[in-house]
Design a binder for this molecule. Sequence first.
Ligand SMILES: [Zn+2]
Length: 267
Amino acid sequence: MKITCTIFLLSSLLNLAFSQTKKEIKYDLSCLETDAISTSTSLFGDVEKDLLNMFGTEVTIAEEIELGETLLKEITNTFTFIEKGEKLKKIEYILSKLKKEIFSPKGFDYKIYLIDTTMLNAFTLGGKIYFTTGMYNFCTNDNEIACIIGHEIAHNELGHINDQIKRSKTATTFLGDDAGGVTAMIGNVLTTPFNQKNEAHCDLVGIDLAYGAGYAVCDNVKLWERMSLDEDSDNIMGIFSSHPYSIKRSDCSKRHIESNYNLKCPK
Ligand SMILES: [Zn+2]
């Protein structure tokens, strides 16, 4: 009897897992394929990821979090944080809502920091997310902020940063390139752009988190349209430095929202 119950319980759990799988969102990145360069970059990204998984050094979540702590110390010494006020409260609140929407979280303790600079940037390491006041002011509403913070969460949850660290560690181990220890590794991780496919994937996952938290995600389409007008500005870095070009990201977002959420985003 006990065995039967266990089997029943197991099959119920499997059914649950199956029904959640069925509801899974589809990530169609074919919107990138009109650009020959982006397609080859993403293919190379896949091959490289497979090689890293086979031969690369393992990187745990705990290591990622530890590197995040080290980066926080370095950023504290370099930049000024806004430590109180409405802007900080708002991004903290948006993060708290998005966190609840993560499907199968990897275990990061997400925190967000507001850096006082006109640079348009957002970046992340080990669950710590950095958002600049330049970026805050560029966003016209909470929906846009939510999509950007969601994008940064996605880099952690999809293992993109783990791959960057793995790449850096593997180079150190196999190529003997031990030129600067942890600081150099963090530098590599932050300055090596993610490939276009990763960036576009994070846009879409960011939209999913924002949609789940109740934000109007069509605003992400407008955000990237606006960004495309500003594309050559020197102020743009980080989240924007490895294109898909903004207008393409806008198109990818629109297609994702319309095919998965039955919404029509106005152009
Ligand atoms: Zn990104």
